[in-house]
Design a protein around this ligand. Structure first.
Ligand code: ADP
Ligand code: BMX
Ligand code: ZN
Length: 291
């Protein structure tokens, strides 16, 4: 069977791995360059991908941002250091000289999670709580992508009309309250200007009351988002990923707030079975079925 080089471009890190029959064989990860200059992304991708190219026949890329016809348009450009309107597929094809498929990272991860289910036709969503908040939805055996690639961008639904301005320009998106970036931002008041999501979680694990408040606020926004997805799409299962979504006790907090809603809003929520590799595994599978 031919191997695929899967690439997952997030706001914080870029992972690449050879994926064969759904298994991640060799994985390497770098930090996402934070620059408005597209040349920095070009050269980071070239450096990361080149060592793998002899081993693979195709490339499959899952990326943060709206992916429409191979072009990455950031809904929240701040997540990518301001980079926007980036011709991702043509850049990767120029580096690799191999057929390249590109979709959104959370859409790809939803597809990976869907493949792990024993029962067919479960309507499900994957939510990543990471640099941003992304989602992918599978309904009637179909991954929703949308005419413009926007389907699943549930991180930009409303959590609080009086909340912070989101990087997308709208006020009070789920992402502006729940993402790792938002958690880090909220932590600056208590833990210093260099605070990140990871640092808030360190204090959270030590039962710091301010960190507990910040994490609870994030988890509550995600619980409401899940309740909203249940109402709109009759979602039967949600899996949570991203470094925040997979952090110890975060899932418990989300389940706690969802349990406070009336019973029609309830749905099963669990950790992503593919963990941090969901985007890589999902995009490799997607590319093998669509090419
Ligand atoms: P990406 O968005 O590139 O996919 P991640 O899923 O790692 O990357 O999400 C990055 C966000 O998660 C950052 O805001 C970071 O502070 C936060 N983070 C990273 N590691 C942890 C951790 N162990 N626990 C909680 N938050 C984390
Ligand atoms: C943002 C948006 C989504 C992405 C989500 C999670 C941009 C650049 N990205 O809502 O497309 O799926 O973040 O991305 O507008 P991640 O970087 O946190 O994995
Ligand atoms: Zn937004």
């Amino acid at each position: 069977m031919s191997s695929c080089l899967a690439v997952d471009i997030g706001g914080t890190k870029i992972a690449a791995a050879v994926v064969e029959s759904g298994k991640v064989l060799r994985r390497h990860q770098i930090s996402t360059p934070s620059s408005t200059n597209p040349k920095e992304m070009d050269s980071a991708l070239k450096q990361l991908l080149t060592p793998f190219l002899n081993e693979v026949s195709t490339v499959a890329v899952a990326s943060t941002g709206i992916i429409n016809d191979g072009i990455l348009t950031a809904l929240n450009p701040r997540n990518l250091g301001g980079l926007n309107n980036y011709p991702l597929r043509s850049v990767i094809e120029a580096i690799s000289k191999k057929p390249t498929t590109v979709i959104n990272d959370a859409q790809a991860a939803a597809w990976a999670e869907y493949q792990t289910l024993e029962l067919n036709r479960v309507n499900m969503a994957f939510i990543t709580v990471s640099t941003g908040v992304g989602a992918g939805v599978v309904i009637n055996n179909d991954l929703l992508i949308g005419a413009n690639g926007i389907a699943g961008h549930a991180g930009h639904t409303l959590a609080d009309p009086n909340g912070p301005i989101c990087g997308c320009g709208r006020r009070g998106c789920v992402e502006s309250i729940a993402s790792g970036t938002a958690i880090g931002q909220a932590g600056k008041t208590f833990f210093g200007d260099d605070c990140t999501g990871e640092i808030v979680f360190k204090y959270f694990s030590q039962n710091d009351p301010n960190a507990i408040d910040i994490v609870n606020r994030s988890a509550r926004a995600i619980a409401h988002l899940i309740a909203d997805l249940k109402m709109v799409l009759d979602i039967e299962l949600v899996t949570l990923g991203g470094s925040v979504g997979l952090a110890p006790h975060y899932l418990d907090r989300v389940q706690h707030y969802l349990a406070q809603q009336p019973s029609p809003y309830q749905t099963k929520v669990q950790s992503a079975r593919c963990g941090a590799d969901a985007g890589l595994i999902g995009v490799a599978h997607w590319a093998s079925t669509t090419n």
